[in-house]
Design a protein around this ligand. Structure first.
Ligand code: NAD
Ligand code: UDP
Length: 310
């Protein structure tokens, strides 16, 4: 029997790469999306594949499907998008997780939850290990996303303890690559688009805050390794441990594009985490996963994607 895999948020940035990879592995992929931040163009090249099925649906509503595995990715990920309609973001994370866990329980499917480094908030432990409980402002502008994802993790583990649902939880750190939306406000897409257009590159705050950027293909390897793993249910950090300041990132994008864009500083958004770097020891041990593509190479590929579209 060919495995039937549901990918919620499958028309989004990560979901479309994951769907593509699962099809290559020979699985049947049910791609569920409400197109809030996803695009048909991300999956247009998959529509003719007989093993690919597109379902327009909002996961805050229940759905009955027969599947063997569920990757629950549906949720806007860029701060601009998730703060645009914070109530909807909370509903998507919590009611979405409830509906997908209900489905997993009913059909006995394994379910993987795409959680986030945001569960660590503005971390006081560095780098972040899975045992760290986080430092999240529960009422700030990022809370709709952070607390939604934290509650989704709590739901996953509650269904696991109470109903023996076969769960996997991964905490994804900043991921980038082709198919990011050009105007979703995330730093990698912003800098590339600004530099390509010769516009000012906007660093928020003094630019000494750090992030660690993982190329999307590496991340997809990690998601599939986690789903296929029989020992470890998580949570497991997935991210590239190389840490960069936003100034370093801006300079690197400028250099790769030979851009003359000016770097300007703007106000730092409220509750913007100062530093973020995953400890991926557990992912290495449990999944034998090692994100290999250096930022410079990943940026080149991402720049090529945007160059064709700007
Ligand atoms: P994205 O915004 O490109 O993709 C999210 C997808 O979910 C979109 O296609 C969107 O239309 C869909 N969606 C949103 N709400 C929905 C709903 N109510 N019902 C059905 N579909 C809905 O974002 P992404 O970067 O691909 O992120 C995918 C997942 O990974 C998200 O859960 C996100 O929280 C998580 N994640 C991403 C990153 C990152 O750096 N990209 C980091 C940490 C966690
Ligand atoms: N950022 C920036 N300029 C931009 C967009 C973002 O300096 O044009 C900063 C932002 O303040 C944050 C970092 O880049 O410190 C990463 O932001 P992003 O929105 O990509 O992700 P997140 O904050 O969720 O990690």
């Amino acid at each position: 029997m060919i495995k039937r895999v549901l990918v919620t948020g499958g028309a989004g940035f990560i979901g479309s790469h994951l769907s593509e990879r699962l099809l290559k592995k020979g699985f049947i992929v049910l791609c569920l999306d409400n197109f809030y931040t996803g695009r048909r163009s991300n999956i247009a090249h998959l529509l003719d594949n007989p093993n690919f099925e597109l379902i327009r649906h909002d996961i805050i509503e229940p759905i009955l499907l027969e599947v063997d595995e569920i990757y629950n990715l549906a949720c806007p990920a860029s701060p601009v998008h998730y703060q645009h309609n914070p109530v909807k973001t909370i509903k998507t994370s919590i009611m979405g997780a409830l509906n997908m866990l209900g489905l997993a329980k009913r059909v006995n499917a394994r379910i993987l939850q795409a959680s986030t480094s945001e569960v660590y908030g503005d971390p006081t432990v560095h780098p972040q290990t899975e045992s760290y409980w986080g430092n999240v402002n529960p009422i700030g502008p990022r809370a709709c996303y952070d607390e939604g994802k934290r509650c989704a993790e709590a739901l996953m583990f509650s269904y696991h303890r109470q109903n023996k649902v076969d769960i996997r939880v991964v905490r994804i750190f900043n991921t980038y690559g082709p198919r990011m939306l050009p105007h979703d406000g995330r730093v990698v897409s912003n800098f590339i688009v600004q530099a390509l257009k010769g516009e000012d590159m906007t660093i928020y705050g003094d630019g000494t805050q750090t992030r660690s950027f993982c190329y999307v293909d590496d991340l997809v390897d990690g998601l599939i390794a986690m789903m296929e793993n029989t020992e470890c249910i998580g949570p497991v950090n997935l991210g590239n441990p190389h840490e960069f300041t936003m100034i370093e990132l801006a300079e690197l994008v400028k250099e790769l594009l030979g851009s003359t864009s000016k770097i300007v500083h703007m106000e730092l958004p409220e509750d913007d985490p100062l530093q973020r770097q995953p400890d991926i020891t557990l992912a290495g041990e449990a999944l034998n996963w090692d994100p290999s593509l250096p930022l410079r190479e990943g940026l080149k590929r991402t720049i090529e994607y945007f160059r064709g579209r700007i």
